[in-house]
Ligand binder design. Structure first.
Ligand code: NDP
Length: 339
């Protein structure tokens, strides 16, 4: 043991939380509250953060993604480092893998590594659920999913916890995979069916989620029904695009973090560049709606759209929660590291 460790026994303590540990420490309702808190802190300046840094490998969609934040009222700051391999889905593997590294504020010591894939899956669907709770019509009971991967599954669970979802429609490129997804939802008690086209899947639905790695639009604004709420989640780098500019013409749009939206949301960048919308047409950040600083939905007939890009503060808020919950319950593996 070196001198600093002898003087400060906790200096030796570094916590590792794998995916199972993350799952055991949090439930949907807590994760939605955490996402809401992080998005409020994003909008009110409590979270100091930057846009996502992405190192693309030139092969379709593959990249190294780095997101970092210092949330001023939390004990630890940190960074999430992920590999994003969209092609992994075809091999039954997760597309987002890596970790969140936390540092304690007083001496800057690294204190924890949290599974980044599991944390990302939780916090993304939780943020959409929080936005859905704020923007969709309260009686919304029908949900359309474009995509049937990890995020699609998490979105069903999270959104059904904030709205009385009974009916699910799913569309994707592979009918068999879509049918498998629908079967899982029927087992969970939903009236779920596969649609042959994305247009059929979204027509007349209360809530629509786009959760694919598509590079060209899969959702056209022409298909949306008045009163629908859309969570556009999948395209978080400018080389991907899920929604067309018609969605932006027809919907009122909120984003999670304005600097990220204006640098990473391809359809928003295109629409502003071509003068189809102005930056000022974007209603604002969802955290400001949560804090009641700006209005949300104003009529039952308007189409609302939450454009999710992913915010570093969400990861750091969640990782702090997990770190503290693990300390209370003795969860995770402790090793000597970074002293
Ligand atoms: P998965 O790999 O688990 O699923 C990907 C889905 O996209 C599958 O349904 C796949 O089906 C579908 N897909 C791929 N290409 C196309 C296409 N051209 N047209 C239609 N569907 C397509 O990924 P996740 O569920 O983990 O993530 C989904 C998306 O969400 C990703 O783009 C990811 O980067 C993004 N994401 C966004 C976050 C945010 O904070 N906003 C956070 C985490 C993820 P098939 O290949 O069979 O067509």
């Amino acid at each position: 043991m070196d001198q600093s460790t002898a003087e400060n026994p906790e200096e030796a303590d570094f916590l590792i939380l794998d995916a199972n540990a993350v799952k055991s420490l949090i439930d949907i309702s807590q994760s939605i509250d955490i996402a809401e808190r992080a998005l409020k802190k994003t909008s009110n300046g409590t979270a100091i953060q930057d846009i996502r840094r992405v190192l693309e490998f030139g092969e379709t969609g593959r990249c190294l993604s780095i997101m970092y934040a210092n949330v001023n009222d939390l004990p630890a700051f940190g960074a999430k480092v992920l590999s994003v391999y969209p092609g992994n889905f075809a091999h039954g593997l997760p597309s987002h893998r890596g970790g969140i590294l936390l540092f304690e504020r007083q001496r800057g010591r690294p204190v924890a590594l949290v599974d980044g894939g599991e944390a990302t899956a939780w916090r993304t669907a939780a943020a959409s659920a929080a936005a859905t709770r704020a923007l969709s019509r309260a009686e919304s009971s029908t949900l359309a999913l474009l995509g049937y991967g990890e995020q699609a599954q998490r979105h069903v669970e999270a959104i059904a916890s904030v709205r009385p979802i009974r009916t699910i429609r799913v569309w994707g490129r592979d009918v068999e995979k879509a049918e498998l997804f629908a079967k899982t939802q029927r087992k969970a008690g939903f009236d779920a069916k596969v649609c042959e086209s994305a247009g059929q899947a979204v027509s007349g639905m209360d809530i629509v989620c786009t959760v694919t790695t598509a590079q060209t639009p899969i959702l056209s604004g022409q298909w949306l029904t008045p009163g629908t709420h859309v969570n556009a989640v999948g395209a978080s780098v400018p080389s991907c695009q899920e929604i067309d500019v018609e969605c932006l013409r027809r919907a009122r749009v909120w984003v999670d973090y304005m600097p990220m939206a204006l640098t990473a949301a391809a359809e928003l960048i295109q629409a502003v560049r071509e003068g189809i919308i102005q930056e000022t047409d974007i209603c604002g950040e969802i955290g400001a709606v949560f804090e009641k600083k700006i209005p949300g939905r104003q009529s039952a007939s308007e189409i609302t759209l939450y454009r999710s890009l992913g915010v570093p503060a969400q990861d750091i808020e969640l990782a702090n929660f997990l770190y503290e919950a693990a300390a209370r319950s003795g969860t995770g593996v402790r090793v000597k590291f970074g002293g």
